[in-house]
Design a protein around this ligand. Structure first.
Ligand code: G16
Length: 543
């Protein structure tokens, strides 16, 4: 074995987005592409020698190749120890749990989250810091700057090592510990939830269908739900992680998890349905013939948190991303706890959690979580719902209707326009931003506009400021439309239009969302000229 230095030339555009660097697999397969990013990361980390790194991914195509490459580079960099999930597998929340429980200096997650996988799909890499959460912008910016100028990659000349059996081995003097991907995560879940009550729920005949979408959530759901909590075999479907996710698009929403929705609409539907995404940090909750919006899910969890052992002492506060509905704000107000509105991106919650200011947080993009780790956590949300159902004896639908009865319904929808030429998407946002000063005080499509702005956020903990985090047009009654471009796509640009209107009248809670939101939809078209800029006359995905 020898240490080797490989000359390289920087690649364009290795700027990590909201969740690290995500690109087509074919981009990552270019010689030295992955190595460039990893070297840039290792170069800017303040310390690596003698430390412990966590490494794992969602099992998608290229995961195994990338893991061997990173192990060799970590050895060259002088890490003392790398904890790798068996078979290279670790879900994103599990990486966070392992970093925290083992006091590791950080971890590398290999995933493109909910983006499709396989040789023609996407791959991704991101770094999580010592608190278990995604790297802050300061660090990802430094990685990007470094990636533009680095000229050498340091690695070692060794063969691949086996990741199939748990245990310790040496790689060029560095210890590689292959760990059970589920154990640490399961231990955290046992500390939070009333497993006895959930066991009784299943023993009493409660039926759950958990669709892991052939992604990394499967082994976790199988071990906990079927293995430990007594859910019948077959509760977890699509439970084996496949390199191409079996051709599924592992994004747990009603459009991509159609099969789950069909089962929950059927006459013999189970009591509850749930799905998780590629790296198991997102979740969707479905009742019998009843789909729960992620914003409502967060609000229900917050409203009943003290029924769950890990939260019995109360919650310090809640946080949601700006485009997420204000349902949780209403719960927080009633409980007299703070509610923070952050930009989109899980990393913004980390500071608030580390400072003890929030316990629960969530996003409209099917992410919910708490301070037990520093990532959103799909299975955690499912266990939370199971615990609430066990504790209250109420169905999924009854819990949501209870929320609406107490606080009114925040009618909500997101319209996505995918695959827009980047120049067109940028032009749309530019024009929209330019028009903002003229919107306040006007009525458009019969809706009086109170204000329109581009969301800025000052982190209450470290004072850092993030600008241009999404355009919002807010009506006098508080209903609103938000526009932003996705930070997670790999093809062209995606425009997201978020629509929200509060409906206090219980008699109107069953009006379909698209109908209830029609005036806001019309306003969105008028102010942003979506058709003209995108050439599309309807969204590609409506959730
Ligand atoms: C990532 C972040 C989330 C964020 C989402 C936004 O999700 O972790 O916090 O809400 O991106 O996606 P977009 O920019 O496309 O709207 P994930 O699950 O892809 O890591």
């Amino acid at each position: 074995m020898t240490h080797i230095t490989i000359p390289t030339t920087p690649f364009d555009g290795q700027r990590p987005g909201t969740s690290g660097l995500r690109k087509k697999v074919s981009v990552f397969q270019q010689p030295h592409y992955l190595e460039n990013f990893v070297q840039a990361l290792f170069d800017v980390l303040p310390e690596t020698a003698g430390l412990t790194l966590v490494l794992g991914g969602d099992g998608r195509y290229y995961n195994r190749v990338a893991i061997q490459t990173i192990l060799r580079m970590a050895a060259a960099k002088g890490y003392a120890r790398v904890l790798v999930g068996q078979g290279g597998i670790l879900s994103t929340p599990a990486v966070s749990a392992v970093i925290r429980r083992h006091g590791a200096s950080g971890g590398i997650v290999l995933s493109a989250s909910h983006n499709p996988g396989g040789p023609d799909g996407d791959f991704g890499i991101k770094y999580n810091v010592g608190n278990g959460g995604p790297a802050p912008e300061k660090l990802t910016d430094a990685v990007f700057e470094r990636s533009k100028v680095l000229t050498n990659i340091s690695t070692v000349d060794t063969a691949d090592i086996s990741l199939e059996t748990e245990g310790s081995q040496l790689l060029a003097g560095m210890e590689v510990v292959v760990i059970d991907p589920v154990a640490d995560y399961a231990a955290v879940m046992r500390e939070l939830f009333d497993f006895e009550a959930i066991r009784r729920l299943f023993a009493g005949g409660f039926r759950l269908r958990f669709d892991a979408m052939c992604a990394v959530g499967g082994p976790y759901a199988q071990a906990l739900l079927e293995g430990e909590l007594g859910a019948p075999a077959g509760t977890v479907v699509n439970g084996t992680p496949l390199e191409d996710f079996g051709g599924l698009h592992p994004d747990p929403n009603p459009v991509n998890a159609q099969d789950l929705i069909a089962h929950l609409l059927a006459e013999d539907a189970p009591d509850m349905g749930a799905a998780s995404d590629g790296d198991a940090d997102r979740n969707m909750i479905v009742g019998r013939k009843f789909v729960v919006s992620p914003s409502d899910s967060l609000a229900v969890i917050a409203a009943h948190a003290t029924l769950v052992p890990g939260y019995r002492g109360g919650i310090a506060g809640v946080a949601r991303s700006m485009p997420t509905s204000t349902a949780v704000d209403r719960v927080a107000k009633a409980q007299n706890i703070p509610c923070f509105e952050t930009p989109t991106g899980w990393k913004f919650f980390g500071n608030l959690m580390d400072a003890g200011r929030v316990t629960l947080c969530g996003e409209e993009s099917y992410g919910t979580g708490s301070s037990h780790v520093r990532e959103k956590d799909g299975l955690w949300a499912v266990l939370f719902w199971l615990n609430l159902i066990a504790a209250t004896g109420k169905s999924v639908e009854a819990l949501v209707r209870g929320l609406w009865a107490d606080y009114g319904r925040c009618v909500y929808s997101r319209h996505d326009y995918e695959g827009i030429a980047t120049a067109q998407a940028d032009a749309l946002m530019r024009e929209l931003r330019a028009s903002l000063p003229s919107l306040a005080g006007r009525a458009i499509e019969g809706l009086p506009i109170a204000f329109a702005d581009d969301f800025s956020y000052t982190d209450p903990v470290d004072g850092s400021v993030s600008h241009k985090q999404g355009v919002r047009v807010v009506m006098e009654d508080g209903s609103r439309v938000v526009f932003r471009l996705s930070g997670t796509g790999t093809e062209g640009a995606t425009l997201r239009v978020y629509l929200e209107r509060h409906e206090p009248d219980i008699a109107r809670h069953d009006i379909p969302a698209q109908e209830a939101l029609q005036p806001l939809i019309a306003l969105a078209e008028t102010v942003a000229q979506i058709r003209a800029f995108t050439g599309m006359d309807r969204p590609s995905v409506t959730t």
